[in-house]
Design a protein around this ligand. Structure first.
Ligand code: NAD
Length: 269
């Protein structure tokens, strides 16, 4: 293998972490150089290949992120908001590209990520798949083409373990619909809690979430007018789509100027 970027996967034992490690192992565009898990996790000190139930791959899982980041050109991070803000500062210190897939980030987390991006390249997206990023663009275009009195509902479904709702992707889609209309999502969102508890104000944007089983991720954007509906849909059947996007972002980020980017930048759409 030639001169390809070295990457660290954080949250190595997680659903996304394991998917990333498998794909990185098969890639000739980058090299897995370290894996991070939280202190006290059973995988710390073990070879990650063995911990995943396969052959050893010569990469030991560590709970020392800075030591791991110092060896790498990119950090691919699908963990938790608290871990991600810590990693943003450490990745900037190590001058590594930080690819953030973690969702559920609040304003305080986003402010710390923004601060780190003054010194480093950060690629952050609530959804790293090609199809969803296309769906975001289409949602913006359809919202722009329709009159502002069409109601818009983003309906999402995910597995029972997911902690945040609406999903990061649903919020991206809602923001894109609002942008298409030339308004801010906060101003257009169904008032009160999401979901309908009574009559709905005309032309608002709402969110509905379904949780169950092992659903990887499904998103419908329903544009409901008088006498007709337009429905845009994306169905993810394999977590590999997010991991492939994240690894592509890790490679793309090399040589970019410090700042925050998203998957639209990476995919050029
Ligand atoms: P998961 O719970 O299976 O994995 C998270 C992992 O992070 C766990 O192994 C946990 O131990 C680890 N972790 C937590 N704190 C840590 C710390 N301080 N240091 C190191 N490791 C730590 O969750 P998942 O399904 O893999 O999802 C992870 C995140 O990615 C969630 O926020 C999810 O919504 C998001 N996600 C985003 C996309 C996308 O395309 N952007 C796609 C899928 C999932």
């Amino acid at each position: 293998m030639g001169d390809v970027p070295g990457i660290v996967v954080t949250g190595a034992s997680g659903r996304m972490g394991q998917t990333l490690i498998r794909l990185a192992e098969g890639s000739d565009r980058l090299k897995l150089v370290a894996c991070v898990e939280r202190a006290g996790h059973a995988w710390i000190g073990r070879d990650v290949g063995e911990a995943m139930g396969g052959a050893p791959i010569g990469v030991t899982v560590t709970d020392d992120p800075l030591e791991a980041f110092a060896k790498a050109q990119a950090v691919v991070d699908f963990t938790s908001p608290a871990a991600t803000v810590e990693f943003a500062a450490l990745a900037a210190q190590a001058r590594a590209v930080h690819v953030i897939g973690t969702t559920g980030l609040e304003a305080e987390h986003l402010a710390r990520i923004e601060a780190a991006s003054r010194h480093a390249v950060i690629v952050r997206a609530g959804n790293m798949s090609l199809g969803v990023n296309l769906l975001v663009r289409l949602t913006e275009k359809v919202a722009a083409a329709l009159d502002a009195d069409w109601d818009i509902e983003v309906v999402e479904a995910h597995h029972r373990m997911k902690v945040d709702a609406p999903s990061g992707t649903a919020l991206m889609l809602g923001a894109a619909a609002a942008a298409g209309r030339g308004v801010a999502l906060e101003d257009a969102r169904v008032s009160g809690r999401d979901g309908i508890t009574g009559a709905r104000e005309r032309g608002t944007i709402g969110f509905s979430a379904i949780r169950g089983g092992d659903i990887v991720g499904e998103h419908d954007v329903i544009f409901a007018g008088m006498g007709e509906r337009v429905i845009l849909r994306h169905v993810a059947t394999d977590r590999g789509i997010f991991a492939r996007g994240a690894l592509r972002a890790a490679v793309w980020g090399q040589g970019q100027k410090p700042g925050q980017y998203d998957m639209m930048d990476v995919l050029g759409i």
